[in-house]
Design a binder for this molecule. Structure first.
Ligand code: PMP
Length: 370
């Protein structure tokens, strides 16, 4: 057999790519901590502690035609979303979570040499997907308050094609103020506002009403968070009909699987219940923020999402994360420059606050020798 250099066939930039660091499933976390999966308190993935809506579970169990391919035009869910959002169905594209939409938008706009603006600290998939798409990534780091550096973005805009802004931002929890969004839209960039967590902030903060006036605006939403369907992978984007048509052309034909479509439609049918749950999660978040703030080595940042970013003082955040894990509590640790010694804690059920805070206080005593 002739020897070939396989690596020479692979894009050199991908050989160097560090990759996205995903969270791990409950059974893996449980095995690592030596506990039963039922004892895991999973606060690392911003998942919905209430689970899917009852109507979604019933619809999934009742559906029979899983042996038939999905509708490549996603008609049923796009129609249901059009009615739910009061927008034209031609503006909507569904996908395998909103991650899929991030990837599709990038593939639609990035040609070799094109650039994307990233505003860290933010959701890592923008950088990751931009790199996989072969984009140059221009950084406009957020300020210490985690607000955008709009003047820097305005300077970079002429050299870039798109910018991704999560509102509320992950992991910092802050919303994009409307005045800043207007300035971003005025740059002419494709402005992708990722509203994965908007239901926890209140949809009155959505960028959606600006859509009809701004062709360069894309809004991304997901069923993963407010609707508790993260495992099924259903997300969508709302955008100009012209861009939606391109995304519908270039997407994988069956990128919305049948189960995800069935559950997502049933979730829309159960929207009042899911909205009430999102509201309860926001209430639990506010209560948790108060409890965390009372711990003197934790600074909890204000959050409009279903998680709280915490800066730790006098203790090593990685050590705290590991000691929480030993107690069956899993949170997310960050090692990025702007997030040194930070943890992100997802909001669980109200009854989860007390064991979490008790464990944090114990660990604080262990590490600070009090
Ligand atoms: N956007 C943001 C800001 C997120 O935090 C996440 C999930 N962590 C996503 C998008 C992706 O969500 P999904 O693909 O599950 O819809």
């Amino acid at each position: 057999m002739r020897k070939h250099d396989l690596r020479a066939l692979i894009r050199p930039d991908l050989l160097e790519l560090p990759g996205y660091v995903p969270i791990e499933p409950t059974d893996v976390l449980a095995a690592r901590a030596g506990i039963a999966p039922a004892d895991v308190l999973k606060l690392d993935g911003n998942e919905n502690p209430f689970g899917p809506s009852p109507k979604a579970l019933t619809a999934l169990a009742a559906y029979r035609a899983y042996h038939i391919y999905p509708d490549p035009d996603q008609r049923a869910l796009r129609d249901a979303l059009a009615a739910y959002l009061h927008v034209d169905d031609e503006r909507i594209v569904c996908g395998l979570g909103s991650d899929d939409l991030i990837d599709l938008v990038l593939r639609a706009v990035i040609a070799p040499g094109d650039a994307v603006i990233d505003c860290p600290p933010t959701f890592g998939m923008y950088l990751f997907s931009a790199q996989v798409a072969g984009a140059r990534v221009l950084e406009a780091p957020r300020q210490a308050s985690f607000a955008l550096d709009v003047p820097r973005i305005e300077k970079l805009a002429s050299d870039a094609k798109a910018i991704f802004i999560a509102s509320p931002n992950n992991p910092t929890g802050n919303l994009l103020p409307p005045g800043q969004l207007e300035r971003l839209l005025d740059t002419g960039l494709l402005v992708v506002v990722d509203e994965a967590y908007i239901e926890f902030a209140g949809t009155q903060h959505s960028a959606l009403p600006l859509l009809s006036e701004h062709e360069n605006l894309v809004v991304l939403r997901t069923f993963s968070k407010w609707a508790g369907l993260a495992g099924l992978r259903a997300g969508y984007g709302i955008m100009s009909p012209a861009l939606a048509a391109v995304l519908m052309t270039i997407k994988q034909p069956y990128n919305l699987n049948v189960a995800a479509g069935v559950a997502a439609r049933a979730a829309l049918d159960d929207a009042p219940l899911l909205a009430e749950r999102a509201c309860r999660i926001a209430g639990t978040r506010n209560a948790l923020a108060g409890l965390l703030e009372a711990i003197d080595w934790i600074t909890a940042y204000p959050s409009d999402a279903n998680f709280i970013l915490c800066r730790l003082e006098d203790v090593d955040a990685l050590e705290v994360k590991e000691r929480l894990a030993k107690r069956g509590i899993f949170v997310r640790y960050f090692d990025a420059p702007a997030l040194r010694n930070h943890l992100r804690i997802s909001v669980g059920l109200p009854e989860h606050n007390e064991p979490l805070v008790r464990a944090l206080r114990e660990i604080g005593r262990e590490l600070r020798g009090e």
